[in-house]
Design a protein around this ligand. Sequence first.
Ligand code: IPD
Ligand code: CA
Ligand code: CA
Length: 268
Amino acid sequence: MKERDHVNKQEIVEEAKEMMKVFLMEAKQYIEASFEKELWIETKSSRNDLVTEVDQYIEALFTRYLKQYFPSHRIFGEENAEHKVESLEGAVWIIDPIDGTLNFVEQKRDFAISIALYMDGIGEYGIVYDVEKDDLYVGEKGKGATLNGREIRKVSDRRGVADSLLIANLSAVNLYPKLKEAIRVSRGLRLYGAASLEFMAVATERAGAYLAANLAPWDVAASKIIAEELGCIVSRLSGEEIDMLEKGTSVVALPKVYQELQNLYLKK
Ligand code: IPD
Ligand code: CA
Ligand code: CA
């Protein structure tokens, strides 16, 4: 492919979609082939914080595509020490090559590739690809979101906690113990083990909210774009905006659920 001079955001996003088609096809093939062999797996910060050769390969593969399509863009990624950024100035791609690595290793399902394009700090384009289901969620700033090419409808602004399933991790409940009461009055608790897919559960209204502590920028960067395009509210549990350079807590929720959580259950 010849290098092109991308003059505006729209042109970049259109080119990005082309890149994503070929990248995701190759990534899926590689991941499926990996199911047939024994994986090299290493622990990181703890015995359940894993990295496999597949995580590293997918991030490296994406890097190769990016260098070809957008050589001047920067990468902020989980698995390569060189993929760190100090600012979100210009065009920055935030990648989690496999979100839900424990699921990938233990279950071979419920994991996703999550990639977002931020330009001067604004999320312009994000994809979450559930590899095993072959479900591709795409969000584009100001243009809504699609699942496998079909427009996803906006979320309800009438549904509250009592009408919704909630997704929460234990660390979030420990930080905000009143969440136990929210879970009690809700339709029940779920947790799937891949932040990006939990975001997609809320964005497609299968759940009313996902509340989590200890998420990294690459866990939420793409999903936030998609969820916001569909009318969900995304913030830190405290209500503050998410800083895409820092780890921290996150909530994504339907608008009414979000208000109820903030008013009743996320107060210290
Ligand atoms: C993890 C998953 C998990 C969340 C963790 C993340 P990883 O991502 O999204 O659901 O609870 O905080 O680190 O390590 O599998 O990419
Ligand atoms: Ca992750
Ligand atoms: Ca990961």
